[in-house]
Design a protein around this ligand. Structure first.
Ligand code: SF4
Length: 339
């Protein structure tokens, strides 16, 4: 049984103009220790999928139409809020995009990590290295110490002293390390990282990705890395799922998907990547735009932009077919895609 199984998830989102069918049968299986990249253009449903797994979307405006999200065999969509609160932070945790808006500016960084550790320690005292009958004062002391230990683990020099600093005294890269420390303090089994390096420059990006990959490998944590950047996917993800307009169109081991993409959308995304030697203005670009999800096109949602589309493509959403072990592609004209 996979650690996470998103099974045929359909979700609609209410807006002023009508209800958008944002997720259209998302399928994904993540095992422990795997790092999955969830890739695609802005608006393809990556973040909504991540937020659904930790059930952080308000309902309304969101409405789950169909499907399940099984974490360790249990459907998170049917859990009560109390059970979800225990799951979040402890078993499933998240890293958000912008460290400057996700840390409290008036609390010291060590205190912010300790608060998360203290809260998790309420139900899981073993995270703090304590037994079940430990008193509040002891829990507070252990949470504070764990805050410092986590800062050290994410590479903040002189952690015991820096724990007393405020977020504005840290650089952008250091603030992102603090967010990673907060996300990993409960020893989660699944980490959802939503564009964790987008706000950083390229050198810092590489450092943070290396750190994240080392930390999760050591603990066997599974990761869902939400990104629009295929370079990030190539750097640290063992697997990748490419999404288009709320549907996973291609998925599999990163090396295989990136070396031998089968879906016309994945091919177009890769062709549009800047490469050394390709002069400016000569990169392939994908014509058209992501469709309006209030009135999505019938059948394959990529059809209006796909050079291979035929009338058969507009009949139904293409089912995923296996082109090799673990490599799935949702396209009905696969046999006609040139190698
Ligand atoms: Fe293109 Fe048709 Fe395949 Fe969709 S199903 S990607 S429209 S060829």
């Amino acid at each position: 049984m996979p650690l996470l199984h998103i099974d045929n998830l359909h979700l609609a989102m209410r807006s002023f103009d009508g209800e958008a069918h944002v997720l259209n049968g998302v399928e994904l299986k993540v095992d422990k220790g795997e790092i999955w990249g969830l890739a695609g253009e802005t608006g393809c449903g990556k973040s909504v999928t991540g937020l659904s797994v930790s059930r952080l979307l308000g309902t309304p405006p969101a409405r789950y139409l169909q499907g399940r999200i099984l974490f360790d065999g249990q459907d998170v969509l049917t859990m009560d809020e109390r059970a979800m609160r225990r799951l979040r932070g402890r078993a499933i945790s998240m890293i958000f995009q912008d460290p400057s808006t996700n840390l409290n500016p008036v609390l010291r960084v060590g205190e912010q990590i300790a608060d998360v550790a203290f809260e998790i320690g309420r139900h899981a005292p073993e995270v703090l290295g304590l037994g079940p009958q430990t008193g509040l004062a002891e829990r507070r002391r252990a949470a504070k110490q764990l805050g410092v230990d986590m800062l050290e683990r994410v590479g903040i020099p002189d952690a015991a002293r820096r724990a007393h600093d405020y977020p504005h005294q840290f650089s952008g890269g250091m603030r992102q390390r603090v967010l990673i420390a907060m996300a990993l303090v409960g020893q989660p089994r699944l980490l959802i990282a939503d564009e964790p390096t987008t706000a950083l420059d390229v050198t810092l990006q590489a450092q943070i990705l290396r750190l994240l990959s080392d930390l999760v490998k050591r603990s066997d944590t599974a990761v869902l890395m939400i990104t629009h950047n295929l370079g990030v996917v190539a750097q640290i993800c063992s697997h990748v799922a490419v999404m288009y307009a709320g549907h996973v169109v291609e998925s599999g081991r990163t090396r295989e998907v990136l070396r031998s993409p089968q879906h016309p959308y994945t091919r177009a995304l890769l062709a549009a990547l800047p490469r050394p030697g390709v002069p400016r203005g000569q990169l392939a670009n994908l014509p058209g735009r992501v469709p309006d999800l209030i009135r999505p096109p019938p059948g394959c949602r990529f059809a209006p932009r796909c050079a291979r589309a035929t009338s058969a493509c507009t009949v139904a959403t293409p089912a995923s077919v296996a082109v090799s072990d673990q490599h799935l592609v949702a396209c009905i004209h696969l046999d006609e895609v040139p190698p």
